[in-house]
Each structure stands twice: as structure tokens, then as C-alpha cells.
Design a protein around this ligand. Structure first.
Ligand code: HEM
Length: 208
């Protein structure tokens, strides 16, 4: 049981790092929506849609998400089985951070966001055949409910990453004593940039 858990944790780390690199690319491209604007964003989307390497990586990305989600649920489930009595909130807080203790909940919220997000964008572009990416993206932020839901999901993603970033590196073998502080700080900076970066896009177009 322990051996399988450790193996799953390593795979979670690898898939987590892969998803982190996706977020860096996705955020960089999305920021083009604000500056320089429509043309640069459409060019980047066109490049992503036609580049053969990216085309190959698209199904890998979907599998990465599915693998990461299923492993996360499985890990949470087996951890709960191993401690059937359960910790109360106080005990949990004493040994870990709030973000670490609630990875499953922030992760599930991001999953709900992801399903809505893929229906709104991916489905519209790839299946329905909508061509004006820029117009569709910004028109969705006309709605205050939609914008608020997005911003809350980005906050949940930031909290998830504030623990997930360092955890992913440690799961793939970064020496704990040597790099713990450094990875923790980097993780906080990265999760802050991701949460704020995506939120700025949503709020900017809502206010515009
Ligand atoms: C303001 C924030 C965001 C905007 C404006 C945005 C916009 C978009 C757009 C326009 C697409 C379709 C691209 C295309 O295939 O033509 C897309 C796809 C996608 N987005 Fe986002 N996104 C945002 C945040 C996020 C976040 C935080 C995540 C992950 C947690 C995410 C995950 C994805 C995924 C997995 C796809 C499908 C990628 C693919 O086509 O291969 N997005 N997004």
C-alpha cells in the first residue's frame, strides 16, 4: 500500500510539473489579450493551433489533467482509509498548512472551473467552429457572475499551487533539507503570479 502511494505521489509530482509548465504558457498567451491586444493574441492562438509539436502535446495535456485529478482523488481516499478516525481541524492545522490540508477541495473547485472553461472556450473553438477567439473570450467577461466565478477559481488555483508547487518538486526527488525554503518561497511567488495574472485578465475585461 505504502509503495503504491509513494509511486502515485511521484507520478502526481511529474503530472503537476507538466501542468505548471502549461499554466506558464497559457498565462503568457492570455496576457497578450491585454497587451499588445487582439492581433498578437490571435497570432499566438493560430501558432498554437497549427504547430505540430503543440498538436501532439494537446492530447498529452488532457491525459495529464485526467491522470493528475484521478491520482489526487485516489491519494486523498487512501489517506483517509489509513486514518479512519480523522484529524480535527486543529490537529491538521498544527502539522500542516491550510493549503496542504485542503488540496482535494481546492483541486475539485479548479476541476469544476475547468469543465465550465472547456465548454466555454475549447468546445466553442474546436467543435462548434467559432473563429473570433478574441471576441468570444472578452464577451464572456461581460457577466459579473461569470467573472466572479473565474476569479474565485483563480484564487483556489493559487492556494492549490502554493502547496502543490513545492510538493511536486519534492515528490520528484528535490532534497527536502536543502531546497525546502527556496521551493516554498518560489511556490508562493509562482502561485501569486498565476492567481493575480489570470484574475487581472478577467477583471480588466469586465471593467472595460
Ligand atoms: C482569464 C483566464 C483564462 C482565459 C481568458 C483562458 C482562455 C482560454 C482560451 C481562449 C482557450 C482556447 C484556446 C484554443 O484552443 O483556441 C483555453 C483553453 C484551455 N484552458 Fe484556458 N483560459 C484561462 C484560464 C485557464 C486556467 C486557470 C486553466 C487551468 C487551470 C486553463 C485551462 C485550459 C485548458 C486545459 C484549455 C484547453 C487547451 C487546449 O486547447 O489544448 N485556462 N483557455
Amino acid at each position: 500500500m505504502l509503495k503504491t502511494s509513494v509511486a502515485k505521489k511521484i507520478w502526481m509530482g511529474i503530472s503537476g510539473l507538466f501542468l505548471i509548465s502549461f499554466l506558464v504558457i497559457h498565462l503568457s498567451i492570455n496576457l497578450l489579450l491585454i497587451y499588445p491586444g487582439k492581433e498578437a493574441f490571435e497570432n499566438a492562438v493560430h501558432f498554437m493551433a497549427t504547430n505540430p509539436f503543440i498538436r501532439i502535446m494537446e492530447p498529452v495535456l488532457f491525459l495529464g489533467f485526467i491522470f493528475h485529478i484521478l491520482s489526487g482523488i485516489w491519494l486523498e481516499w487512501t489517506n483517509r482509509q489509513k486514518r479512519p478516525v480523522g484529524y480535527n481541524q486543529y490537529d491538521r492545522g498544527a502539522v500542516t498548512t491550510w493549503a496542504a490540508a485542503n488540496m482535494i477541495w481546492t483541486g475539485l473547485f479548479v476541476l469544476v472551473f475547468l469543465v465550465v472553461h472547456l465548454i466555454n472556450y475549447w468546445y466553442q473553438f474546436k467543435i462548434v467552429g467559432v473563429e473570433d477567439h478574441y471576441e468570444l473570450v472578452i464577451s464572456l467577461f461581460d457577466s459579473p457572475v461569470y467573472t466572479l466565478f473565474y476569479v474565485l477559481a483563480f484564487i483556489a488555483l493559487g492556494i492549490h499551487l502554493s502547496h502543490g508547487f513545492q510538493s511536486a518538486f519534492q515528490s520528484v526527488g528535490a532534497p527536502r533539507e536543502k531546497f525546502h525554503k527556496c521551493l516554498r518561497t518560489l511556490g508562493y511567488i509562482f502561485s501569486f503570479i498565476v492567481a493575480i495574472g489570470f484574475s487581472i485578465i478577467a477583471i480588466y475585461f469586465y471593467l472595460k
